[in-house]
Design a protein around this ligand. Structure first.
Ligand code: FE
Length: 357
């Protein structure tokens, strides 16, 4: 199959689903709020994202709308815990995470609510938002193979499945299974290949690991260059951040690495995930929360995410950064991301069964 851009795939998914569903869900469901004078308008955000770009985007939003953005940053599970504990008294209007698995977790705990608008439906393709409109993708992340250019010929690389072949014994670097990116990766395999194959894959990876899982995605990249293994499974934006790091050592490491998008010649493509946002069940400023998500998925904000953070835009009208584009276009997995949340528990069980620490 000819490679297509993320945007092209996303658009085609959108068209297919619009035909199937008769394009529902485009009605604005925001609750009318008691009208306050504009200088009193706020939106309170619980966010797992901790990037300078996000802060700048919130400032621009305030300038454009007069709505002040208050942000509390924290780990996703801690913020979920806090939302649950505070219940209807929570100040939080919007929950932002770095992964769809955590959004699904919040949804399952009844902490989010449906929210939609014509603009959100236009900005965010259907496979990158919750089927009940309880969350929307803000940025796309691809989980790829990163290899030592001196050691690995990319012609040797093909699929995630190939990584369990004996030729990769002792050569694979990947972080622990407690990491949600890995949980979502395995959840995608359960959705695509079924439980048995997903389990065989996880078992095979454990057998081929260069070392016991430890550290972050960046640490896997560093371990590849340090000669601990030949290739790492990691998210692309970390490599973008390393290439643009203030630390010259990180830049040096990243320059030695190549990016490979697996499964381009299979029915399903490279694994993607989203960072996203959901309006909280107890939101007292629902309309403002929706406005903020509309803004964050707009062409203007999406350009900033792409350029400053090296993430892929969800909005099909926005191009990835030049660096990201230099790694080439790829075919993403074409599954509804809700499935990553739905199969999360099963994925964690499999990791435990096969001993992926
Ligand atoms: Fe990350």
């Amino acid at each position: 199959m000819k490679k297509r851009s993320v945007a092209a795939i996303l658009v085609s998914g959108l068209i297919v689903s619009a035909v199937l569903t008769g394009c529902t869900g485009s009605k604005t469901t925001a609750n009318p709020q008691p009208s306050a004078s504009s200088q009193n308008q706020v939106v309170n955000v619980f966010s797992e994202r901790h990037y300078e770009t996000d802060k700048q985007l919130f400032e621009v939003f305030t300038k454009e709308t007069g709505i002040k953005v208050n942000v509390i940053e924290g780990k996703a599970d801690e913020l979920i815990e806090r939302l649950a504990t505070e219940g209807k008294d929570t100040q939080a209007d919007l929950f932002i995470t770095a992964d769809v698995g955590r959004l699904h977790r919040a949804k399952e705990k009844g902490l989010l609510q449906s929210a939609s608008s014509d603009m959100l439906v236009k900005n965010v393709p259907e496979n990158l938002r919750d089927k009940d409109n309880q969350w929307y993708g803000l940025t796309v992340r691809a989980r790829v193979l990163v290899y030592d250019k001196d050691k690995v010929n990319p012609a040797q690389l093909s699929t995630y499945e190939d990584l369990i072949e004996p030729k990769w014994k002792g050569k694979i670097l990947v972080r622990s299974s407690s990491n949600i990116y890995n949980q979502s990766l395995l959840a995608s395999f359960i959705a695509i290949n079924g439980e048995e194959q997903a389990k065989a894959w996880a078992k095979g990876i454990v057998a081929n690991m260069a070392r016991e899982p430890k550290g972050s995605d960046r640490d896997q990249a560093k371990a590849v260059v340090a000669g601990e293994g030949d290739l790492a499974i990691m998210n692309t934006y970390y490599l973008g951040q390393m290439l643009n790091s203030a630390d010259p050592e990180e830049v040096k490491v990243a320059q030695k690495l190549g990016v490979f998008f697996p499964n381009q010649n299979t029915a399903n493509g490279t694994h993607i995930n989203v960072s996203g946002a959901g309006v909280t069940k107890a939101s007292k400023n629902k309309e403002n929360a929706i406005k903020l998500v509309e803004f964050l998925t707009s062409v203007k904000a999406q350009n900033d995410y792409a350029k400053a953070n090296f993430e892929y835009p969800v909005n099909k009208d926005v191009e990835p950064s030049d660096l990201i584009k230099s790694w080439g276009e790829f075919k993403p997995q074409n599954i509804n991301l809700t499935l990553l949340g739905e199969y999360n528990k099963k994925a964690v069980e499999i990791f435990d069964q096969v001993g992926w620490k």
